[in-house]
Design a protein around this ligand. Structure first.
Ligand code: ADP
Ligand code: MG
Length: 471
């Protein structure tokens, strides 16, 4: 009977040994199964938890236990089959218990610290930071460009234009860059707006005859961030106003950061002169993240939300939700909500059912299959192998000049992957492909990038190859 009190004390001690984030993620239901003269056996929910705790927190568990009972020299963990029975009074749900445990600690701390002056907390929007952005080969360039801009706003990359499909992190990067500049340069005026908002602002200024005031406002800005400029399409007046603001800011070396869903050249419904301004600085694109990056995003977001997600489940989601990070988050939120409502931790079958609901109707990829057979990229040869295997052709056909169409696409795909995955220079790629020059390789890569925008099937094929290789 007294084991439960022992357990409570041990877990209270544990909250001092383990960081809150980790505690809430890794410690769920626990019990004490057995105490012998020098060994204490904890009960946990699953093999997954047992393995995780053994790998990560055995030391902390021992310290916390010994503080309570100095006779104990070893601790063990076993799966407790009865842990989920509601009437079992020997179980503690650590997550729920956490508040109670830390309240008593805080109360005692507060007493000793009550003479301290109150420190005001800053209210910054912490959701979007550059640190929280998971970097992979497909968004690395955009992320580095943002970091560079925060070091020296207005000086190095101006304007910075970021483009990519929806849900790949443009808004995140833009806001994070703004936040970081604000934090580093206290006096700087940073304005984040979307093209939509800017249009509304401009139209209402025109109605109120206060366009001059709007201009003044924008003239004083140090960093102007405009999201989703594709929505300026056909709004000639607004574009004109933005063009003037752009020039003014640019001439004063004020930083401008812009995002769009496509390259400036392809914004054909925008005034050419505005479009060309967008290209003056640096233009970087974001691509759909690869498997590793998606996995890392799921794990990071779970950690942020203090949610324990089994490895096989996160791999399964990463393998199947491939197009859009927002969807990844959505699936994760569903699982968290379900856990909070029912206490059910996600299993592969439940997630599969969820994805089917979300109209992932094609065959789901089961992560283990995917992870075991993947090819690790050590040199360019491995990329060529992956491409030739995928298209069922000889590697030589890709490497040597050959105008047959069946080789042309794989060749372009190979070049494109060498560029985007391995960041080879065009020249270096040219050397591999029969000494082609820089311009020829650039042309091929651009050609393929253009094709991928139009040809869903090809995009899918390239995505499959991308997911099979890892660096
Ligand atoms: P976009 O503006 O390109 O449509 P968002 O910036 O709104 O995309 O991203 C959608 C969601 O996905 C956001 O919640 C964002 O935080 C998240 N996200 C996208 N890419 C990443 C990444 N690489 N790391 C972490 N979170 C990401
Ligand atoms: Mg956005």
């Amino acid at each position: 009977m007294e084991n439960i009190y022992k357990l409570k004390n041990i877990i209270t001690n544990l909250t001092k040994e383990v960081k809150k984030q980790d505690f809430l993620v890794y410690f769920r239901k626990m019990s004490i199964l057995e105490i012998t003269s020098d060994t204490l056996v904890f009960g946990v929910e699953s093999w997954f938890m047992k393995n995780n705790l053994e790998a990560k927190f055995i030391k902390e568990l021992l310290i916390a236990t010994q503080k309570e009972d100095s006779n104990i020299l070893n601790i063990e963990l076993e799966v407790d089959e009865k842990i989920d029975i509601p009437s079992n009074t020997q179980v503690i749900d650590c997550t729920k218990f956490y508040k109670e445990a830390t309240k008593s600690i805080k109360a005692s701390k507060k007493d000793s610290a009550s003479s301290w002056p109150n420190t005001k907390r800053r209210s910054v929007n912490e959701r979007y930071t550059l640190d929280k952005f998971i970097v992979g080969p497909d968004n690395q360039l955009a992320h580095s460009a943002c970091e560079a801009v925060t070091k020296n706003p207005g000086k190095s990359y101006n304007p910075l234009y970021i483009y990519g499909d929806v849900g790949l992190g443009k808004t995140h990067l833009l806001q994070a860059t703004g936040n970081k500049i604000l934090a580093k340069f206290k006096g700087k005026k940073v304005v984040y707006t979307t093209a939509d908002k800017f249009i509304t602002e401009y139209v209402s200024a025109v109605k109120k005859r206060s366009v001059e005031r709007l201009r003044e406002k924008y003239r004083e800005i140090d960093v102007l961030i405009i999201d989703d400029v594709q929505f300026l399409a056909k709004k000639e007046q607004t574009q004109n106003e933005l063009y003037n603001i752009f020039n003014l800011l640019y001439e004063c070396s004020k930083q401008i950061i812009i995002s769009g869903d496509r390259a400036p050249k392809e914004l054909t419904e925008l005034e050419p002169r505005l479009r060309s301004r967008f290209e003056w600085g640096i233009t970087v694109d974001i691509w759909r993240p690869d498997f590793e990056t998606r996995l890392a995003i799921i794990q990071e977001k779970s950690r942020e939300r203090e949610f324990l997600i089994p490895q096989d489940v996160s791999e399964f989601i990463a393998a199947n939700v491939t197009e859009n990070v927002r969807e990844l988050e959505w699936v994760l939120n569903q699982l968290i909500a379900e856990y909070e409502l029912t206490g059910n931790t996600p299993t592969l079958n439940r997630v599969a059912a969820k994805l089917k609901q979300l109209s992932y109707t094609s065959d789901l990829l089961w992560a283990p299959k995917q992870t075991i057979n993947r090819i690790q990229i050590k040199s360019y040869e491995d990329i060529l192998d992956a491409v030739s295997n995928h298209f069922w052709i000889e590697k030589e056909g890709i490497l040597w000049p050959n105008r047959k169409k069946e080789f042309m696409i794989p060749r372009q795909v190979s070049m494109y992957l060498l560029k985007t995955k391995m960041h080879y220079t065009y020249q270096r790629i040219g050397n591999i492909f029969d000494g082609r020059n820089h311009a020829a390789v650039l042309y091929s890569c651009n050609k393929l990038a253009g094709l991928l925008k139009k040809d869903q099937k090809l995009l899918h094929e390239v995505n499959i190859i991308k997911d099979w290789i890892w660096l």
